[in-house]
Design a protein around this ligand. Structure first.
Ligand code: NAD
Length: 496
């Protein structure tokens, strides 16, 4: 169905704390549409005062409220109600994200589909018995008798969870954190990015209709100060953070004095290995997805294109032809492939990457600047560099803008070595007609996710998502993500 941006609610005035909509102490702030660079709505601004209220409410709801002790099916029933609402209000959810992030319909549909799939799977997991029996043991005693014993492994909700999310997937990430956390019996405070607060306010509106006990789910918008408060406050038992590696590092430091659990989903510089025997059309399609999708604003996009030197020239030429055919512009126009970056500062950062790549001697083969024909908004041309040194700034650092870096290789061993020569380890891909060799290589690449010949074949709810190295700690999605929100308790007993 066509979505009309005019039909979408884009003005929210209250935060959601302790089961009530509350006036924020920071007033209201315009929310900018990155396509026009102008305000399209406004959102409440949370401050430390609001964070304090949310912390007190979430702690109280966990320590004194019924939620952690409810029958697991009762919590799952509430999540089912939420799933039904998501399905009902899908168009609104999609439209608001398109406006806030400047992503195309196809890109947002994908994010919403994952949110639905993950919520469905979490509900199934939440209904399963959380108690595991340990085998019975008979232990000989000094007096000649035998002691009969057994045990169980039980799961306890971890406690009060702070969910801090980035601008490029606030809806999805709030859901893949808050839904398993709540289903496990935790209470939650969500803090979205100040660039994209509205989608999390819409989430609050929908959760408010579930009639949860007060304090189980809270949303406090705001900036770094609110994030730091949640990261460091002793009333928080776990911080689940998605964002840049630099802020992830800060979160660890904030959490260290109280030794709270930290779950980090961070950035990447993921490799796409194109072998000499690759289907070239498939390789070019994967490469375009790898750095143009969401205007390069995706954590696990494969922005390092590691290409066999025997086919590199052909690959680059075909890729340039592919880039020429892409329409850049308003994501609400159906033939648009790529929208804008989130803010002007992101364009400036991308420009600085272009300049440094040129200074480092890489060859600019396509793009490299803001498009002259788009006079407003924060657009940047899809940009391709060839002859990039893997050790260079562009070879190592996350741009979060639409720049692809082509790096040549001469053997499979070298391709794997280059892929692994990164502080990150989030995503990756290999394109080859020799599936056995590609699989052997995939096993050696040190990233949390890697696909062979395209990722869509195994789009599974239990496909764990997370990274090695500076890409993070812990895993999200399915049974792996659900397990993050529980403490494991062993209870042993003797039959005396
Ligand atoms: P960011 O790290 O700048 O901000 C993320 C969140 O942290 C925001 O809510 C922000 O307000 C808050 N924050 C900022 N400084 C803070 C501090 N010192 N203490 C506590 N909170 C603080 O990230 P961004 O620019 O919004 O998003 C882009 C980044 O997110 C990229 O690096 C991208 O790779 C990463 N990301 C990772 C995943 C993943 O699943 N691994 C998914 C999406 C995005």
């Amino acid at each position: 169905m066509t979505i009309n941006p005019k039909d979408i609610r884009s003005k929210y005035e209250t935060l959601f704390i302790d089961g009530k909509f509350q006036v924020p102490s920071g007033g209201l702030e315009d929310v900018i549409n990155p396509v026009t660079g102008r305000a399209f709505g406004h959102a409440p601004v949370g401050t430390l005062e609001d964070a304090e209220k949310a912390l007190a409410a979430a702690r109280r709801a966990f320590d004194e409220g019924p939620w952690p002790h409810l029958d697991r099916n009762e919590r799952a029933d509430k999540m089912q109600l939420f799933l039904d609402k998501m399905i009902e209000r899908q168009d609104e959810i999609i439209g608001l994200q398109m406006l806030e992030m400047g992503f195309t319909r196809m890109q947002v549909d994908f994010l919403v589909e994952i949110a639905l799939m993950q919520t469905r799977r979490t509900i199934e997991l939440a209904r399963q018995d959380s108690i595991e029996q340990l085998p019975m043991l008979i232990t000989p005693q000094a007096d000649g008798t035998n002691l009969l014993g057994g045990g169980i492994i039980a799961r306890d909700p971890i406690g009060v969870v702070a969910a801090i999310t980035p601008y490029n997937a606030g809806w999805l990430l709030s859901i893949v954190k808050a839904v398993p956390a709540m289903a496990a019996g935790c209470t939650v405070i969500c803090k979205p990015s100040p660039y994209t607060p509205l989608q999390t306010m819409l989430l609050a509106e929908m959760v408010s209709e579930l009639d949860l006990p007060p304090g189980v789910f809270n949303v406090v918008t705001g900036g770094i100060d609110v994030g730091q408060k949640l990261g460091s406050d002793p009333r928080i038992d776990m911080v689940t953070f998605t964002g840049s590696d630099r802020v992830g590092q800060d979160i660890m430091l904030q959490a260290a004095p109280t030794l709270k659990k930290v779950h980090l989903e961070l950035g990447g510089k993921s490799p796409l290995i194109v072998r000499h025997d690759a289907d070239m059309a498939l390789a070019v399609g994967a490469a375009i997805f790898g750095f143009v999708h969401q205007a390069g604003q995706g954590c696990s996009l494969t922005t390092r294109l590691i290409v066999d030197n025997r086919v590199r020239a052909d690959f680059v030429a075909s890729l340039v032809e592919g880039l020429k055919s892409l329409k850049i512009g308003d994501p609400f126009e159906v033939d648009t492939f790529m929208g804008p970056l989130i803010r002007d500062v992101a364009c400036q950062r991308t420009e600085a990457f272009v300049q440094r790549a040129l200074d480092d001697g890489a060859d600019l083969v396509y793009g490299g600047k803001r498009p002259d024909y788009l006079k407003q908004g924060f657009f940047f041309e899809p940009t391709l560099f060839d002859n990039v040194a893997n050790k260079s700034d562009l070879g190592q650092n996350e741009v979060f803008g639409p720049i692809g870096a082509v790096i040549g290789f001469d053997s499979d061993e070298e391709a794997v070595r280059l892929a692994n020569d990164s502080v990150f380890g989030l995503g990756g891909g290999i394109i080859s007609r020799d599936l056995g060799t590609a699989m052997k290589m995939a096993l050696k690449v040190r990233t949390g996710t890697i696909y062979v010949n395209g990722g869509a074949g195994a789009f599974h709810a239990d496909a764990a998502f997370g990274g090695y190295g500076r890409s993070g700690l812990g895993r999200e999605n399915g049974k792996w993500g659900f397990a993050e929100y529980s403490e494991i308790k062993t209870i042993t007993y003797c039959a005396r």
